[in-house]
Design a protein around this ligand. Structure first.
Ligand code: ATP
Length: 252
């Protein structure tokens, strides 16, 4: 498998009132095409900072982040925004959407911003509708964002994150604000996209969610302390039990 992301000696330090907080300390890992990785760890261990640093949303303090061989820490702000718009998708716990647009219009919006493909607007709308059908939210295409459930809204956010056919999907606690049923539906959607070839890297506190991933990296105090590889041949419940035991051993 080709490497899509190579993180080498990544450090991130925040300075507040001249006080340094070394949040990421020489982090190294690789993400291969088709991977689905969960980042877990105690609160404040640096999970979100890691996600933001490797996706170029936040600047690294030192080290390198190779996205398909290109070091994104060396890119200009403009190059980074283009890369994020066209090659990366983002899902957050807070489902930021434009209030004055329908669900469909929200999903299409990043495609209208992108010059990646030479597509006309009707083709972009067609693609958005296909994504909505795949994630079982086609019925709410014309609804306002306050006329859908939390699970539907998050699946709409996933459609939006996929509209420019990203190579890598980043998710920060994508199920954090959802009940168990909606969380299950959102995970089904993400697993489906991963099965179709989208590489996924997500932060989660939920072992049930992480158990659906192929790998789990456990981060403590800005360092990766261990890696769990899912047994894809075992039942999801068995994998979840093994993951829970592994997390307990690490002090979770
Ligand atoms: N923009 C920022 N400016 C200053 N410090 C920050 C910033 N973002 C994060 N930090 C600090 O970095 C550390 C790690 O935060 P981060 O949000 O990455 O942890 P986390 O593992 O995702 O936590 P949680 O599970 O609670 O969301 C914390 O000490 C936090 O205060």
């Amino acid at each position: 498998m080709a490497k899509i992301l190579e993180v080498k000696d990544l450090c991130k330090t925040f300075v507040i009132d001249k006080r340094q907080n070394n949040v990421l300390k020489n982090v190294n890992f690789t993400v291969e095409e088709g991977d689905m990785i969960a980042i877990m760890g105690p609160s404040g261990s640096g999970k979100t900072t890691l996600l933001y640093s490797v996706s170029g949303m936040d600047a690294a303090t030192c080290g390198s982040v190779l996205f398909e061989g290109k070091d994104i820490t060396k890119l200009s702000q403009n190059e980074l925004s283009n890369l994020r718009l066209n090659e990366m998708g983002f899902i957050f716990q807070q489902m930021f959407m434009m209030k004055n647009l329908s669900i469909l219009d929200n999903i299409v919006l990043p495609a209208l911003e992108s010059k990646k493909d030479n597509e006309k607007k009707p083709e972009k709308i067609k693609r958005a509708l296909e994504l909505m059908r795949k994630l079982s939210i086609i019925d709410v295409a014309d609804n306002d964002i306050n006329e859908v459930s939390g699970g539907q809204l998050q699946r709409a956010c996933i459609c939006r994150s996929m509209i420019n056919k990203p190579r890598l999907l980043f998710a920060d606690e994508p199920t954090g604000a959802l009940n168990r049923t909606a969380s299950g539906e959102v995970m089904e959607a993400i697993v489906k996209l991963n099965n179709e070839g989208t590489t996924v890297m997500m932060v989660t506190h939920d072992a049930r969610v992480a158990a659906r991933c192929k790998r789990v990296l456990y981060i403590v105090d800005g360092n990766i302390k261990g890696e769990f590889i899912s047994d894809t041949n075992s039942l999801i419940t068995d994998n979840e039990r093994k993951l829970n035991n592994w997390l307990l051993d690490l002090g979770w």
